[in-house]
Design a protein around this ligand. Sequence first.
Ligand code: PLP
Length: 458
Amino acid sequence: MTLAPNSLQARDIAYTVHPYTNLRQHEQQGPLVITGGKGIYVTDDDGKDYIEGLAGLWCTSLGFSEKRLVEAARRQMERMPYTHTFAGRSSEPVIELAEKLIGIAPAPIRKAYFVNSGSEAIDTAIKLIWYYQNARGLPQKKKIIARQRAYHGITLAGGHLTASLAYTSSGFDLPMMDRFRHVTAPSYYRYGLEGESEAQFVDRLADELEQLILAEGPETVAAFFAEPVQGAGGVIVPPKGYFEKVQAILKKYDVLFVADEVICGFGRTGNWWGCNTFDIAPDLVTCAKQLSSAYLPIAGLLMSDAFYQVLADQSANLGTLGVGYTYGGHPVAAAVALETLKIYESDHTIEHVQAVAPRFLERLRRLESHPLVGEARGVGLIGGIEIVKDKATKEQFDQQLKANAQVVAKCLAHGLILRPLPGDTIGICPPLIISEQEIDLLFDRLEAGLDDALGVMP
Ligand code: PLP
């Protein structure tokens, strides 16, 4: 590949380091430079349009040209571009946003704490859970359980929860702390045993969780973290009854439930929260991404009153709640998030998701008749397909082949951006504003990409 020395591509290669990228390969291939966006489409620097089939990174719910968010940011920038939330300082957008969030949050959530990213929300949750257990006089109760294929961000502590995804931990000396455990991900298709019914699978996973808590000692287990739908680990939709059984076990052993709503929150599964869709009553909630349609970075850690009361007492004992980020509760980001929530209400975004989801799920499930697709699963406007070599045995292609990445590359050529995920899966998660006609176009392009990939598979 020869690039003009002053091209964006050449300058990117010269000066930029990219996350989740094979850097040597990138030096050869260069970046896809996105220069604009309208609705569910983005445009590259050659003027080619793509459907953003993953809403950026599962986040641009309102698409790429929502003027009301631009205006909300401009208004707040002019009025008061920065203040913080340390030492009791506050701002109007933060107060209004917290109030609005608590108004829609799943019970028993009552308070909101703001940070800048999903990873920070998770990391803060871990620290505050340890603070909470110390405050309760339970210093042994510190272990945290996540599921395999979970994605809870990449900070040093939160990265331990994500660590079963090898690409996030290998080379980084993880695990460093012996406080994290993993249980099986609730993919009946992939982890169900020969002859096991879905209900038996759920019972087996619930039993696995209980046995782990008992083996570790319930007095050492603090919390269980779960995405209502596991996103970045391969879009794993839990089977019926799974969270009901899990919650009963957690209650029995005084283990907190942290719902990681970073992807599911704000309509993705067809309700405000994944917790609503799967009947989860969480002690803590992490949210980000669609909170501001990703127009500015902001995330939240939401908590029950019972949890808050313990923190409040301990902060009084110790003199302060010793956590905080300079930009946590940034007023401009908070103003954009607040406007985002107002748009969800005024434009009936959740109802729109409910209206178009049947079409999305019908087109998704239709993919199961394709020779490369073992399972097509989804809920609301999030879906995943699992690529297999043999549909009858569920055998997968050699991992070296990166079959899912090949399909994604073919889709890109057809003007559709998707993302390859672990387990030879592909994630589909368009902006929530997508219309039925656009859903059809998305799946037409995905089918074309699958057909092209089929032609080059061994
Ligand atoms: N939790 C979940 C469920 C996520 O999907 C992600 C990111 O994709 C994170 C946490 C981390 O968020 P961030 O990338 O904003 O740090």
